[in-house]
Design a protein around this ligand. Structure first.
Ligand SMILES: *[C@@H]1O[C@H](CO)[C@@H](O)[C@H](O)[C@H]1NC(C)=O
Ligand SMILES: *[C@@H]1O[C@H](CO)[C@@H](O)[C@H](O)[C@H]1NC(C)=O
Ligand SMILES: *[C@@H]1O[C@H](CO)[C@@H](O)[C@H](O)[C@H]1NC(C)=O
Length: 191
């Protein structure tokens, strides 16, 4: 009886010290997070960017290519199941020969069966001026036939670390015969 209670006590002590270690570990990492957040909040700013996205799917040197599809993609009115890999130039003005400011690299896929709804998973990588080497990650639904649509900015790197915000896309030019498009992007981020 006495032996059993010593063992029980020992088990209890070990359990209590485990609980103490775990809760101390949690509060200390929380403290660290708050400090980082406070430091970050102090210098947080809002940046607005505007550029033009050139998606060329036709011709000998397309910037966006279909890399996968479902069996019935070509029978679907929305090309449901098509997955496209893009490395699209981003320029300062709608003119494709205007100054290159970056590239949109990533995937978009047809995710809507009844209405065109693209799923965009893209990095906008900048190559000019103060944003050179920094990037913004966009993830969201793009109802590309609507004149204006909104996608979420879910992160960034470099100048745009911890970015959050939104991207407004507006088609500037679209060729229904080839599918080529020029899209104006206005991005607002807090970072
Ligand atoms: C896709 O098509 C191929 C060839 O027509 C067929 O063998 C295959 O079973 C189909 N797969 C599905 C998932 O329908
Ligand atoms: C951008 O950064 C790269 C790598 O650091 C550098 O080679 C390039 O010259 C820079 N471009 C501009 C326009 O500053
Ligand atoms: C994009 O930004 C420009 C310049 O600020 C503005 O004129 C235009 O209306 C904006 N476009 C959209 C769709 O919000």
């Amino acid at each position: 009886m006495a032996k059993r209670s010593v063992v029980l006590n020992m088990v209890l002590i070990v359990m209590l010290s485990l609980v103490a270690t775990i809760s101390w570990g949690q509060s200390s990492s929380k403290r660290e997070d708050y400090t980082t957040l406070r430091l970050h909040a102090a210098k947080e700013k809002v940046t607005s960017l505007q550029f033009y996205f050139h998606d060329v799917v036709s011709g000998k040197t397309p910037s966006a290519v279909r890399v996968a599809q479902a069996n019935d993609t070509d029978k679907s009115p929305t090309f449901f199941g098509a997955l496209i890999m893009a490395d699209d130039p981003l320029t300062e003005t709608p003119d494709p020969k205007s100054k290159l400011v970056g590239r949109a690299q990533g995937l978009y896929g047809s995710a809507g069966q009844h209405e065109l709804g693209l799923i965009m998973a893209m990095s906008f990588v900048f190559t000019e001026g103060e944003y050179n080497g920094s990037s913004i990650s966009v993830l969201g639904r793009n109802a590309a036939l609507n004149p204006v649509r909104e996608m979420a900015v879910v992160g960034g790197t470099g100048v745009f670390r911890l970015a959050r915000g939104y991207a407004i896309a507006q088609t500037y030019w679209f060729d229904p015969a080839t599918g080529d498009a020029i899209v104006c992007y206005n991005i607002t981020v807090v970072h």
